[in-house]
Design a protein around this ligand. Structure first.
Ligand code: SAM
Length: 218
């Protein structure tokens, strides 16, 4: 059986993925539109393209993963992105989540600790025409130069909520971050209200570790 997909097959598979995400409870139409518009198959290696629209995480370079589409959509919905928001992503990976945010009209800043991964991601983001600021570094301490952010999304699992990220949230801003041990994490949402930080959580996620000064040591 041939594993070469036509654009039409990708379009069909992407539309089916959007239906599935809706059935799983994603209701933010801007998120659904972004998932329905972005070619996820452009963010994975050739061998994984036939699975690009399965609702599953897939391997990318440097032993990392592109997150499961439901997780991307769920976290983005929790972030409550509005056009023009300044959003920091920690963990660029393939660049897919950053492009979802940019497609929704956010001004996106993204940090990745692996240089090679960021180089691949930059090429994809540029090829798709998104203007996204990116750098190699330890995102567990944020990117203070451009703070404060209306939203911060961390796409790797942390042992605790990094204090540096809380400090870089704008008033009314939201941080979405998986926190737990290295086996499973809860999805934590922190909303800044002046000097108060209001937490809520959803259980049952599994991410690669956030490695850094305010993350895991390895
Ligand atoms: N958002 C990505 C995407 O759309 O493909 C998926 C990210 S993957 C699940 C998590 C990423 O976080 C990995 O690429 C990993 O190298 C990165 N990472 C882990 N710790 C980090 C840190 N302290 N700073 C920046 N990136 C980090």
């Amino acid at each position: 059986m041939s594993t070469t997909f036509s654009n039409r097959q990708f379009d069909l598979a992407r539309a089916q993925l959007v239906d599935l995400l809706q059935k799983k409870g994603i209701s933010d139409t801007a998120v659904l539109d972004a998932v329905g518009s972005l070619p996820r198959h452009a963010f994975v290696q050739e061998v994984f393209k036939p699975k690009a629209y399965d609702d599953s995480a897939l391997p990318i370079e440097c032993q990392q993963t592109i997150s499961q589409p439901f997780t991307v959509a769920f976290m983005t919905q929790l972030l409550q992105v509005r056009r023009g928001d300044k959003v920091l992503e920690v963990g660029t990976g393939s660049g897919y989540q950053a492009c979802i945010l940019a497609h929704m009209g956010a001004r996106v800043f993204t940090i990745e600790r692996h240089f090679d991964l960021l180089e691949h991601a930059r090429r994809r983001m540029e090829a798709l025409g998104y203007n996204i600021a990116s750098k190699v570094g330890d995102g567990s301490i944020g990117w203070s130069q451009f703070a404060p952010y209306n939203g911060i999304i961390v796409t790797a699992g942390a042992p605790d909520v990094p204090v540096s990220l809380l400090r870089q949230l704008a008033d009314g801003g939201r941080l979405v971050i998986p926190v737990g041990d290295q086996a499973t994490q809860d999805m934590i949402v922190v909303q800044r209200q002046g000097d108060e930080f209001v937490h809520s959580k959803n259980a049952g996620f599994k991410f690669v570790p956030l490695v850094g000064k305010e993350g895991w040591s390895k």
